[in-house]
Write a protein that binds this ligand. Structure first.
Ligand SMILES: CCCCCCCCCCCCCCCCCCCCCC(=O)SCCNC(=O)CCNC(=O)[C@H](O)C(C)(C)COP(=O)(O)OP(=O)(O)OC[C@H]1O[C@@H](n2cnc3c(N)ncnc32)[C@H](O)[C@@H]1OP(=O)(O)O
Ligand SMILES: NC(=O)C1=CN([C@@H]2O[C@H](COP(=O)(O)OP(=O)(O)OC[C@H]3O[C@@H](n4cnc5c(N)ncnc54)[C@H](OP(=O)(O)O)[C@@H]3O)[C@@H](O)[C@H]2O)C=CC1
Length: 506
């Protein structure tokens, strides 16, 4: 019997960010392994014209929850969606709902965040810092609370090369930052943002670091733990391999490369690709929830959920396997044949951006205009290049994260728990994982049918022929121009022709 699964039985659990990538997998696993849990409260806002109930309905009816419905048929009754907006005071939660949350909650998993790299500082602070502070205040009023688990990121201190399981202070206190956001206007905030974030690459990593400081400062008597995952990718094993539902991290770039838009990226092939499957993060999170509540460590423990020091894979190997998988399972209606490459040099990278990205987009837009359609490729390409430039920081560096706490926790688990809540990435086979990841992107993100693979392959063959034809035409034009101007070029040309005729006659 799994001790962790048994621990969550009968519990009332509060999850923020349950509609997000990680939140959904966390809910799924909880319901599947502890179907006898009492209730999961989720804080949900309305979005894209959908009510909170409609959003929950959509999640429960997705492929991800198919197994849950077999194990826990009354899952609908066990989810309590509470309308909340983490940008508002008291999260805009009604009095009755707040009362219920305060009096019943046993465990909190705080996953909500803005993960956009380019969010204005004010918004990133509101969600990643102020909302965390408010949630801690709520937690301090919960008499039955056993553990508060905060999800941070392994990159909150990406300005360092070696990162320990400790909270590193930021030069300006989070309280001062929160206060200043109240009276500074947007223009001034934009001006001081680069100075505040210092040697971090974006507002996301900076505000996640501030969020950790808030957790440390406001922890009071709470029983808290922080989890720092690295780059979270598709599921490894559970509930099935390859599930992914958003474009963050590598997923968007896999699509861009598979559709032939992305042909080159400035990345260091030997740098460690510290990817971690989302189900591994969720297993560790649930194990940490159990450990924190049952063993009540004296201080706030931080757990690095990373792969690099256990089972490293580099970007070169990952890129190679992604491309190899495109050969077997190509994406439909590709713009060009997938053939992406890594370059480490900024000048080469700019050259490829001009030749392999911008030029084909301009040519295609010209063709669209000629055929009376609206040009769109240049805009799309500019967006893609902007995204790539934001991710470049993370694919040109390697970090070392110490993992004493994570290893300690692994050794505390019973063999059954080590199996059910497996977070040992030493067992991960990267080649198999990446292949399933690409397949998952095709199935769950692009919603492409496997039956369309022969047609996709046929389309790629057509693209290859067009490519050869285009190159041959280009070569002939260039050569013709050269021949017209140089006697030497003419001599070489006739020599080659004579040789060809000679060999053909033999
Ligand atoms: C041999 C070569 C082989 C090559 C093979 C190639 C593949 C193999 C290896 C590749 C190396 C991987 C490196 C990963 C490193 C990750 C490091 C993460 C580290 C930190 C981890 C964390 O701790 S935290 C989670 C990460 N946090 C994000 O990762 C958010 C990023 N993101 C944004 O910060 C915003 O997204 C940003 C970008 C501002 C745009 O902002 P924006 O306003 O221009 O665009 P929007 O987001 O509004 O989206 C507008 C339209 O772009 C679509 N789209 C959005 N993202 C997209 C995306 N990534 N790729 C494509 N398309 C995307 C979207 O679907 C919309 O499409 P539509 O318009 O049709 O609806
Ligand atoms: N994905 C990754 O690679 C990594 C993620 N992390 C951390 O993991 C956690 C989860 O990330 P992930 O699931 O990928 O992120 P997602 O962007 O998929 O999910 C974010 C969640 O936060 C919710 N949220 C955002 N703003 C509000 C708001 N104002 N009110 C209520 N809810 C809100 C979103 O709700 P809605 O659906 O309404 O938008 C969504 O449920 C985050 O803390 C992130 O920092 C750490 C390392 C890597």
């Amino acid at each position: 019997m799994s001790m962790i699964a048994a621990f969550y039985g009968g519990k009332s659990i509060l999850i923020t960010g349950a509609t997000g990538f990680m939140g959904k997998v966390l809910m799924e696993k909880l319901f599947r392994t502890s179907p006898d849990l009492k209730v999961i409260y989720i804080l949900v806002r309305t979005k894209a014209g959908q009510t909170t109930q409609q959003r929950v309905f959509q999640i429960l009816n997705s492929k991800l929850f198919e197994k849950v419905k077999e194990v826990c048929p009354n899952v609908h009754e066990k989810i309590r969606a509470i309308y909340a907006d983490l940008n508002q005071n008291d999260f805009a939660i009604s009095k009755e709902d707040m009362q219920e949350l305060l009096s019943c909650t046993n465990i909190i998993f705080h996953c909500a965040a803005t993960v956009r790299f380019d969010d204005p500082l004010r918004h990133a602070v509101q969600l990643n810092v102020t909302a965390t502070q408010q949630l801690l205040l709520m937690a301090s009023q919960m008499p039955k609370l056993e553990a508060f688990i905060h999800i941070s990121t392994a990159f909150s201190n990406c300005n360092l090369k070696h990162i320990d399981e400790v909270i590193y202070p930021c030069p300006v206190e989070p309280k001062k930052i929160i206060d200043s956001m109240e009276w500074l206007d947007d223009a001034i905030i934009d001006e001081i943002t680069p100075k505040l974030i210092g040697d971090r690459p974006n507002t996301y990593t900076y505000t996640k670091a501030l969020g950790e400081m808030v957790v440390q400062q406001e922890s009071g008597n709470l029983n808290i733990a922080i989890i720092r995952p690295s780059i979270v990718g598709a599921t490894w094993q559970e509930p099935f391999p390859g599930w992914v539902d958003n474009l963050n991290g590598p997923s968007g770039l896999i699509i861009a490369a598979g559709k032939g838009f992305l042909r080159s990226i400035r990345a260091t092939p030997m740098a460690v690709a510290d990817l971690i499957p989302v189900d591994t993060v969720v297993n560790l999170t649930l194990a940490v929830g159990w450990y924190t509540a049952v063993h009540r460590p004296k201080s706030t423990l931080i757990y690095h959920c990373t792969s690099g020091n256990f089972n490293p894979c580099n970007w070169g190997k990952m890129g190679f396997q992604v491309l190899a998988t495109f050969e077997k399972v190509p994406f439909e209606r590709a713009f060009r044949r997938p053939n992406a490459d890594f370059t480490t040099n900024t000048i080469t990278s700019q050259y490829w951006n001009a030749v392999s990205h911008r030029a084909p987009a301009i040519i295609y837009d010209f063709y669209l205009r000629l055929t009376g359609r609206k040009p769109r490729m240049t805009k799309l390409m500019n967006r893609l290049l902007r995204t790539v430039s934001m991710l470049e920081y993370f694919v040109n560096r390697s970090w070392e994260w110490s993992t004493y706490n994570t290893e300690m926790l692994m050794s505390e688990l019973s063999p059954e728990d080590q199996r059910v809540f497996n977070f040992d990435v030493r067992q991960l086979n990267w080649l198999e994982y990446i292949e399933n990841y690409v397949l998952g992107v095709k199935k769950y993100l692009l919603k492409e049918d496997m039956a369309g693979i022969p047609e996709a392959k046929q389309h790629l063959r057509r693209l290859r022929n067009i490519h050869y034809l285009f190159n041959t035409a280009l070569f002939l034009i260039a050569w013709r121009l050269l021949i017209a101007r140089s006697q030497m070029a003419r001599n070489v040309w006739f020599f080659i022709l004579r040789m060809m005729i000679f060999y053909l006659r033999r």
